[in-house]
Ligand binder design. Structure first.
Ligand code: NAD
Length: 390
């Protein structure tokens, strides 16, 4: 089997790396960027810091600060108008995404819709969008989606609530800045949800049928960084060492899944997010223990490796022991990080029941369940939705 590897051209990491934005844009050939961000980044003063660095280097820029969490196509279309208006009489020649996965995904979608037109649904899988779009420099403030290093964007279709998975070289940022200082302000809930999202990326990439020796190493490195640091950052948001480990771990997780694909957890998670407006990391967290338990019989050795990388079992431990340790840890993590059940989140049982067949259909259509070590039928996905409701 061959493996295909796609990465950003340049990644800068470390405390204070944001200050290198002008140099990085120069290296990527971007001279008039449009900043894509959300209102929280403005309130936190992060947009001022970014624009100060750009202005200091004499770089003209524009600002779209109205991206929405779990972006719909509607917010991408609003940004399209600003992109089209240009900057000081010339066209914008790149995008700087500052924020969580939602801001970065909005920028990636815009990078394709801007120059190529059409609707976002024209670009969803199974189409591979490889034609060049505008260059995107991603500055993640969550740790996280890994979107700064993935060839993926996820945009909801406002007409049918489908969370569309869009993939291809066009969605890979040209560069990323990983500055952990920007993650110190993350609230507990977002720290937990985004951290479990990153852990899910690593586990799913490692057990994916499309895993390769390259993605395996990225996935294991991600688990080693995320597992011991997620509780630390959750309980003490100012723990810089834990914050930095999580940010790098999340990026490794993104690289791993972007090159190996995600699997059943993500396939089932997107419809929950779209229909019930559950943040992406949280819907993954709700699903992760049950889907892992169901999938283990098809890849016990691989899941045991995950437990070992997470420090839950030593090399001498049996696969069976390691698998049990993994399930117990995923349940304990949800408990300690306050992950609610679907009922606890406020989802109505009747609507959950009613939507299960459609959610199963959308999950299968995304292709992600086909990468799972144990590939489910639509009926099995419905049964798993029942179990997660449990
Ligand atoms: P998010 O971007 O939606 O952010 C969640 C909330 O946290 C927002 O209100 C945001 O303003 C706030 N926030 C972000 N950074 C902050 C900071 N440093 N301090 C304080 N508040 C901050 O959350 P996310 O989980 O990063 O992104 C979720 C989106 O990413 C979903 O739409 C999901 O589908 C998508 N996603 C994309 C990929 C990909 O590869 N493209 C992978 C996984 C998930």
């Amino acid at each position: 089997m061959t493996a295909s590897l796609v990465l950003p051209r340049l990644i800068r990491t470390g405390s204070g790396a944001l200050a290198e934005i002008a140099d990085l844009l120069g290296r990527c050939g971007v001279s008039r960027p449009l900043i894509i961000t959300d209102p929280t980044m403005v309130q936190l003063g992060y947009v001022d810091r970014l624009s100060g660095h750009l202005a200091g280097a004499g770089i003209a820029f524009g600002l779209f600060d109205a991206t929405e969490p779990e972006p719909t196509e509607t917010s991408v279309i609003s940004a399209e108008a600003i992109l089209a208006s240009g900057c000081e009489g010339a066209a914008f020649d790149g995008l700087v995404a500052l924020g969580g996965g939602s801001a970065i995904d909005t920028a990636k979608a815009l990078a394709v819709l801007g120059p190529h037109g059409g609707r976002m649904r024209d670009y969803k899988v199974p189409r591979m969008v490889d034609e060049p779009g505008l260059p995107v420099v991603a500055i993640p403030t969550t740790a996280g989606t890994g979107s700064e290093a993935t060839r993926v964007t996820v945009i909801t279709d406002p007409e049918n609530d489908e969370k569309m998975l869009c993939m291809g070289l066009a969605f890979m940022p040209v560069a990323a800045i990983l500055d952990p200082d920007l993650t110190l302000s993350l609230p507990k809930r977002v720290t937990a949800d985004t951290g479990i999202d990153a852990l899910t990326h690593a586990i799913e990439a490692y057990v994916s049928r499309k895993a390769s020796p390259f993605s395996d190493q990225q996935a294991l490195a991600a688990m080693r960084l995320i597992a011991p640091n997620l509780r630390r950052a959750f309980h003490d948001g100012e723990d810089r060492e834990a914050r930095e480990a999580l940010l790098i771990g999340a990026c490794f997780g993104g690289i791993a899944f972007s090159n190996a694909s995600v699997a059943l957890v993500h396939g089932m998670s997107r419809p929950i997010g779209a229909f019930f407006h559950v943040p992406h990391g949280l819907s993954n967290a709700m699903l992760l223990p049950a889907i892992t338990r169901w999938s283990i019989p098809a890849a016990p050795k691989r899941y045991a490796d995950c437990a070992r990388a997470m420090g839950l079992a030593d090399e001498a431990a049996s696969d069976a022991f390691s698998n049990d340790a993994l399930i117990n840890e995923l349940r304990a993590l949800n408990e300690e990080l306050g992950v609610p059940t679907p009922t606890g989140f406020g989802i109505a049982h009747e609507r959950w029941q009613q939507l299960r067949p459609l959610m199963a259909e959308q999950a299968l259509a995304s292709g992600s369940p086909g990468n799972n070590p144990r590939v489910p039928s639509a009926d099995e996905i419905i049964a798993l939705y029942d179990e997660v409701w449990g």
